[in-house]
Design a protein around this ligand. Sequence first.
Ligand code: G1P
Length: 294
Amino acid sequence: MLRVKKAVIPVAGLGTRFLPATKSIPKELVTIVDRPCIQYVVEEAMRAGIREIVFVNARHKEAIENHFDSNFEIEQTLLARGKKELAKQSSEVGEGAVFISVRQKNPLGLGHAILCAQPVVGNEPFAVLLGDDLMDSDPPCIGELLEVYERTGKSTVAVMEVPRDQVNKYGIVAPKGGLDGKVFEVASLVEKPNPEAAPSCWAIPGRYVLSSQVFESLKVQKAGALGEIQLTDSLDTLAKRGELLASVYQGRRYDAGDRLGYLEATLAFALKRPDLRAGIERLIRQAYSELEPS
Ligand code: G1P
């Protein structure tokens, strides 16, 4: 079986959910504490042993690639001033991985973005991580999917249960049969169903390990929900052939593309930082004491 070496991360989106912040800054570079969102996602892939990161990018968003390159000017200036630790904080971003960038010329949907990576991925299995979803778990979410893929040889998506009134924000999977540990077979999928029509409340939180077969479906995939070429629809084709598994994710997940989800992630990640925890706790207590009793 071929090993998963590459992670595809689509970053071509306009980021309209986060305007005006994303007017001139890629949404992937909006910071959570002191590092851009995308760095958490890349580090999740690297913690799972992936060393080749493929960005599917668009015009005006080269700053994403630059973030993972060295910044000679900053680093040399800091070193010359004897500030080794600060220089290291800049130079170690993405160290140990190679970054490859392909362009998505037209915003035709997530499925189309993934297909743009085919010339780089070829016939290897690959991981997909969506940048709005920040996963906080040990082992990393994508690592759990890799483990299922390596054991079964089947494409695998992460799933988590969401309240029924939120299923219209996600790709939803219909299970076939029961759980085998944390894993079940997928019968079918639907992108952003109405709550009444959803086959279940198992939602995909933007983590996938896919066999290259998915490219064959994506090539002929017609536009689906929201008039876009949806990855979910091509995964439905794999599922109907009995070639898709779902693995239940039990860690924390934050939707960093949503204002409240972003603030939640900021607080959660700040609280995990030993240098910030005491200060954040103080701020939370202060804010709480200033709340009007409800
Ligand atoms: C995308 C996918 C959807 C998935 C979601 C996770 O939707 O199309 O299937 O559940 O990411 O965040 P988006 O949030 O980009 O509209």
